[in-house]
Design a protein around this ligand. Structure first.
Ligand code: ATP
Length: 303
């Protein structure tokens, strides 16, 4: 559905993005994960035609987004990071305004407003002014505004920043339902747990470069650090073992990092028998997205 290839953008002397390459399949919920300042918003603004890139290309349904404004406006719904609603107007009137901006009119607009209000769970509040809404409700209406023209691709730029966990869950439910209904999603965030909870495909962006892309499982398999957790009564220290990358104390046990899980597991079992450990837990730890991020960027995900 979307192919982004070697995008670049410089603001004055600041290179905001250097080499952004990724592709999004139709029907996917695609996560763009990176710390603040990584270049997520810049990338999304290029995809939606708000700013122009200095190089590279982005093709939506085979058409270059910088040369085909109609393809962008017809097929993309964009939810910017900042809430863009008129505070004094009601939710309904905001939806009329944004719907008309997207070219939806008359009875079709009325029908769509009723549908998106139902999708957001805010039908009862339609006539109330936005200024009376909570942060989470404003976010939901902001998303609704981008859905009125039935886009095939919905792009959300950090839609949960500054809202409480309950509102965040409602937004997640909404995004999952939209994705189930066939809308392709691009979801930008600096929260790992959000992409883990929502996305089937992830691109990791850092310092203006996409460092890796793939399904979560594939990234974990390829870049995640495998480990074994061992907890045993009376064990003060585990001796050096072959194939161990790192060992650290965690809780009442040890995390033994290795790329040779089977060999190390066998050695630990042997050691436990020889030294009569009172084993409470001995298990393979699933690699975390955090270790993938560390492995592909060389740094922990900064906030
Ligand atoms: N209009 C601008 N003028 C100058 N520098 C900019 C401008 N917009 C962004 N930048 C810089 O470009 C880099 C990438 O910014 P961008 O907003 O794309 O990152 P981001 O990943 O979306 O992070 P955030 O979540 O903080 O917005 C940052 O260093 C930022 O300071």
């Amino acid at each position: 559905m979307l192919d982004v290839s070697h995008l670049k953008k410089t603001y004055g002397k600041k290179q905001a993005i250097e080499d952004v390459t990724f592709s999004v399949k139709a029907g996917s919920c695609f996560g763009l994960l990176g710390p603040n300042g990584a270049g997520k918003s810049t990338t999304m603004k290029i995809l939606t035609g708000i700013i122009k890139s200095d190089g590279g290309s982005a093709k939506l349904l085979g058409k270059d987004v910088s040369k085909n404004k109609n393809v962008v406006s017809k097929n993309i719904g964009y939810v910017p990071q900042e809430i863009t609603l008129y505070d004094q107007l009601s939710a309904y009137d905001n939806l009329v305004f944004f719907g008309e901006m997207y070219g939806v009119r008359g009875n079709e607009l009325k029908r769509r407003i009723d549908e998106v209000l139902a999708d957001t769970g805010l039908t009862e509040r339609a006539k109330d002014a936005i200024k009376t809404f909570s942060g989470g409700m404003k976010r939901r209406i902001n998303i609704a505004c981008a859905l009125l023209h039935r886009p095939k691709l919905l792009i959300l730029d950090e839609p949960t920043v500054g809202i409480d966990p309950q509102s965040r869950n409602r937004i997640f439910e909404m995004i999952r339902a939209l994705n189930r209904a066939g809308i392709t999603i691009i979801y930008s965030t600096h929260y790992m747990e959000e992409v883990e909870a929502l996305c089937d495909e992830i691109a990791i962006i850092d310092n203006g470069n996409v460092m890796a892309q793939g399904p979560l499982g594939g990234l974990l398999e390829r870049y995640g650090q495998k480990a074994i957790y061992v907890e045993a009564g009376g064990v003060i220290e585990i001796p050096d073992l072959p194939h161990v990358v790192k060992m650290r104390k965690e809780g009442s046990g040890w995390v033994v990092e290795t790329n040779q899980v089977q060999a190390v597991m066998q050695n630990l079992i042997k050691l436990a028998a020889e030294q009569h450990w009172d084993v409470k837990q001995l298990e393979i730890v699933r690699p975390s997205l955090e270790s993938v991020f560390l492995s592909v960027t060389g740094t922990a995900l900064r906030d």
